[in-house]
Design a protein around this ligand. Structure first.
Ligand SMILES: [Zn+2]
Length: 228
């Protein structure tokens, strides 16, 4: 009789202590890589076992702490959500990008773009949903695509394409990740270094595809900066 009371008291104290200390031990300051609390309540074996009362009670008492540990850990781990721009060259990762925005060009020009090197023929992907505003063949850019963002604030410019995707046409709607062309070296790009030249323009009220202030795509493509 007394022994069972003692055991019950010990269990209550133990659970209370766990509940009390849980948020302290696994609070927002905890290292996200070593947080062990989340998998415990999710383990169906521990919750389902009818004979193991204590672990089940501890597991369920730990549940309120889980949102505290998950919320701050998830935010920095996934900076690029659905609203971030996709990398426009298939198979290229953010770590491979180089910031070429302020590189000097001929005739005193500044680059105002990012060059992404890749083998000729590598698929070029739409960075976001939008509309193909203009397909243009220019001396410098070679085969180019001007894509408008649905909000009409930004234009995405892809240059030096080897060719367009089959059937690509002006005023066509494209979706994020859709193949719009292939990496090449048309225009003034060196045939020895095929690459995608990619720019982001802020469109003016007239929404002219050929004019607009350039934004540096580098931090945007790396998920470090949102379009303003
Ligand atoms: Zn370039």
């Amino acid at each position: 009789m007394k022994l069972t009371k003692l055991l019950a008291l010990g269990l209550v104290v133990g659970i209370a202590g766990w509940w009390w200390l849980g948020p302290v031990l696994n609070g927002p300051g905890a290292d996200p890589d070593t947080t062990p609390a989340a998998p415990v309540p999710a383990d169906p074996a521990a919750l389902a076992a009818p004979t193991r009362a204590a672990p089940a009670a501890m597991a369920s008492s730990a549940a309120p702490a889980a949102p505290l540990t998950l919320a701050p850990a998830a935010a920095p781990a996934h900076p690029a959500d659905g609203s971030a721009l996709l990398l426009p060259v298939q198979g290229i990762t953010a770590a491979q990008l180089q910031d070429t925005f302020t590189d000097a060009r001929s005739e005193g020009r500044v680059h105002d773009a990012i060059d992404i090197l890749a083998p000729a023929g590598t698929p070029v992907l739409a960075v976001a949903d939008g509309t193909i505003e203009k397909l243009f063949n220019s001396d410098r850019g070679g085969l180019t695509v001007y894509q408008f963002e649905p909000g009409g604030r930004y234009c995405y410019y892809y240059a030096h394409l080897e060719r367009y995707a089959d059937g690509l046409a002006e005023k066509q709607t494209v979706t994020r990740g859709q193949v719009i062309g292939y990496v090449g070296s048309t225009g003034n790009a060196s045939p020895a270094a095929p690459h995608l030249h990619f720019e982001i323009h802020t469109l003016g009220p007239e929404k002219h595809w050929w004019e607009g202030a350039s934004l540096n795509p580098y931090p945007v493509l790396r998920g470090e900066q949102r379009l303003p």
